[in-house]
Design a protein around this ligand. Sequence first.
Ligand SMILES: [Zn+2]
Length: 359
Amino acid sequence: MLSNTDIAELLAQQAERETGIPSRAFRRAARSAFVWSAEVANLIRQNRSLTELRSVGPFIEKQIRNWIEKPPHPAKTVPVVRQDFISTAEARRLLPARPAWREKLRGDLQMHTRWSDGSGTIAEMAEAAPGRSYQYIAITDHSKALKIAGGIDERALKRQGAEIAKLNAAMSKSGAHLSVLRSIEMNLNPRGEGDMSPDSLLGLDLVLGSFHSALRTTEDQTERYLAALRNPHIHILGHPRGRIYNFRIGLKADWPRIFAEAAQLDKAVEIDCYPDRQDLNVALLKIAREHGTRISLGTDAHHAWQLEFIDLGLAAALRAKIPTDRILNFMPVLELKAWAQSIRDRTTSRRCFASYFLS
Ligand SMILES: [Zn+2]
């Protein structure tokens, strides 16, 4: 039986044989296959139309039905740019084996709103969350240097903070158990430096740092990761590799060294759960596990419905056998805040120590 992951690969290969509009349609469907919530083979068995699936029109449906009826020979190896992605259907098969994981999940630590390039308001993201019995969500809009994503500056970040405080007060008054955490996805340059004034970050609960530039270089990038982790303002390294399904393989680095450094600094590396990121992937998560590195799960949702992408991250962590005490999102909100504070305290005490000897 062909799984959605097999179908994604067939669609991607078909896209390479076609040109123009059909090629783009196959490519888009390949990407979308990771979001389809049920296995196509099951939908066909239930006599359901495949056009209910994202990016599937009658033309693509016909092609998929042909493949299911007469499965083609398994293709040559899957190219690296499409390897090690979990489909939503697969994640939903894996997760019931460990029901405690979903129950333990307290929140989502990466999402975007209209303040940058997301489509929902902060309140809409918060409303979508309680269905998942979350205690918190972190709002991580882009920072100012990422102009293409409408990154926000210090002033906007402050106004956003006021909006979050107001929403938290209203939610607590209405008896809701959700806290919206103030955060940011700070853009890092290839030297690991952020683009926001350190003072503006002090009022935040958490700071994610991510690379969005020079992601196609083929040289080893270990130094940029070490610099990012040592950046005193960063708690979590977002979508570390920078890979995108069928588009970019991401950066090359000495991962054991990076995960060891993160563990040493008690910082977290992320599983960006966005279907065509899934970054870190299972192979790298296994290395992170060996080093005892903390893992953060963030959907990178740009729409409220995308909060469901969390299942892909949970499934990857489960598959890589990450111990539950290493997953930030399993921490109750106070514990999470205490961890974030401990990282800040450590950097301040180091600075005091340094200035003591320099004075
Ligand atoms: Zn990002």
